[in-house]
Design a protein around this ligand. Structure first.
Ligand code: NAD
Length: 500
């Protein structure tokens, strides 16, 4: 890839060659810490998508016939290269996304764990067999590739989310088209360069860039068989509906509203630490962000003073150059204003801002997209800030008299990604886990994002489809099963050599 500068278009990767597509439109990529433009994303259309599909088709047969152990060896070499370039990747994420270097390392690490999981390809791809389903008849199931698969990514995890997708798709013998977020395309491009250095054959994985036009071309292309999507819920729903209408298998992970329950018997030090990380890690731009503290009984009064103190001490700054900054800017000025506007609205609706980040500025970088950590208390369920996904550094606090009323409220949300409880009562924890309408639960843990070998298990408006990303469900999504039934004749009966 050529050296990136403010005016350089980010290249696409088709058939093993990097090139700049001749598209008219570009969208700027920013460094959120400074507000500077650092690259230009080309907004590809159907012509570029079609070239990528053709490259996949040309590489498909050979890759599908490659033994799983050889596909796994590519992943072993890839893992070693990610290790070698770990810091470079983390710095790239910090620069184009704005999260801290520590958070960026986590982004790479969690993605690399999927690569490690994919290294066990032969084990993951084994089928099943049952002898004697009837006398002399056996039945077996084998897993075969689906065909051309696509990954469409959000901006908030530039390394992790793409790596949720292509490592598993590839070890299953599929070819792949990756569309990184147009807001953070640089990390994805570097990850794919490394993958080819690891020995992935040309054309097996191709990269295109763009927005709606590009995505629509992917969703409707007749030769594409499966779509993995991660992003906001309205777009996830659209992707699911449009993709399935066009005969594709779709897994589409969407947005969230995650509640962190704090019981009066909780360990408050642990709860405050967990809440601060859950709400303000990655400046709240996580689908598993613990964006609402649900304080039960007297927990609210105990929690608020130490919580507010901890939040006020979070140092906001330019994460690409100040390693002491504990929280960075958000992705864009537009997003900053939207999140600040939700806080303004909550005040009009009667909530109380306890810690106000709306006035935070970094004088050296007046064009950076900064919004300080904010805590809004006395949020009620009919307020807009209680209903919409905020996706920024804002923690809502809601108060309830008992666990029953709190579970009832949180189960009304349309989303179903994550929920946590802080308590020392096994009874309360069990009741919570059993009844909460959420696919990923934490008990005395703030962000219960499952690791690579478990499904990333959103429910309801947080996930559209059947088979989730990661783990065995991920392998099932990227394979189709073939069942063979075989009748065997008894040994000795009718064999010519038996008679001789
Ligand atoms: P987004 O929905 O705006 O964009 C995601 C992808 O969809 C991008 O690649 C974008 O180019 C494409 N896109 C955007 N608008 C489109 C349209 N009208 N038609 C077709 N394609 C379109 O999401 P984002 O702002 O990049 O990411 C943040 C969202 O992602 C949050 O809602 C967050 O909760 C969610 N997210 C969910 C998970 C999860 O596992 N559930 C993980 C990470 C992020």
């Amino acid at each position: 890839m050529s050296t990136q500068s403010a005016q350089t278009p980010v290249p696409v990767f088709i058939g093993g060659e990097w090139s700049v597509p001749k598209t008219a439109a570009h969208t700027p990529v920013f460094n959120p810490s400074t507000g500077e433009v650092i690259a230009q994303t080309p907004m590809c259309g159907a012509d570029v998508v079609d070239q990528a599909v053709q490259a996949c088709e040309a590489a498909a047969l050979d890759w599908a016939e490659t033994p799983p152990i050889e596909r796994a060896r590519v992943m072993f070499r890839y893992k070693a290269l990610i290790d070698k370039h770990f810091e470079e990747l983390a710095q790239m994420i910090t620069r184009e996304h704005g999260k801290t270097i520590v958070e960026a390392r986590g982004d790479v690490l969690r993605g690399m764990e999927v690569v490690e999981y994919a290294c066990s390809a032969p084990e993951l791809l084994k089928g099943e067999v049952l002898e004697n389903i009837a006398r002399g008849i056996d039945c077996d199931v084998i897993k075969q590739p689906v065909g051309i698969c696509v990954g469409i990514c959000p901006y908030n995890f530039p390394a992790l989310v793409p790596m949720w997708m292509y490592p598993l798709a590839l070890i299953c013998g599929n070819t792949f088209i990756l569309k990184p977020s147009e807001k953070v395309p640089l990390t994805g491009v570097r990850l794919i360069e490394l993958l080819h250095e690891a020995g992935l054959p040309k054309g097996v994985l191709n990269v295109v860039h763009g927005g709606k036009e590009c995505v629509d071309a992917l969703l409707t292309h007749p030769k594409i068989r499966a779509i993995s999507f991660v992003g906001s819920s309205p777009i996830a729903k659209y992707i699911f509906e449009m993709g399935t209408q066009h005969g594709k298998r779709v897994q589409a992970a969407g947005g969230a509203k995650n509640y962190v329950f704090v019981m009066p018997d909780a360990d408050f030090d642990n709860s405050v630490k967990g809440l601060v990380d859950a709400a303000f890690g990655c400046a709240g731009q996580r689908c598993m962000a613990g964006s609402t503290a649900v304080a039960i009984g007297k927990a609210g009064d105990h929690l608020l003073p130490p919580l507010a103190e901890a939040v006020r001490s979070i140092k906001v700054g330019p994460t690409d150059r100040d390693p002491t900054a504990k929280m960075g800017a958000v992705i864009s000025q537009q997003h900053r204003d939207k999140v600040a506007g939700l806080v303004d609205g909550s005040v009009r609706e009667g909530a109380k801002v306890v810690v106000d980040g709306r006035t935070v500025k970094i004088p050296e970088f007046p064009k950076g997209f900064y919004l300080g950590p904010t805590v809004v208390d006395h949020v009620r369920e009919n307020m807009t800030i209680a209903k919409d996904e905020v996706f920024g550094p804002v923690l809502n606090v809601m108060r309830f008299d008992d666990l029953e009323a709190a579970i009832e409220m949180s189960n009304k949300t349309i989303f179903g990604n994550g929920a946590c409880i802080y308590t020392q009562s096994g009874k309360a924890a069990r009741e919570f886990r059993h009844r909460i309408k959420s696919g990923m639960v934490g008990i005395n843990i703030g962000v219960p994002a499952p690791l690579a070998y478990f499904p990333f298990s959103g429910w309801d408006y947080s996930f559209f489809g059947d088979l989730h990303l990661q783990g065995r469900e991920g392998v099932m999504f990227y394979t189709r099963q073939k069942v063979t039934t075989t009748r065997w004749f008894r040994y000795g009966e009718g064999d010519i050599w038996h008679k001789e």
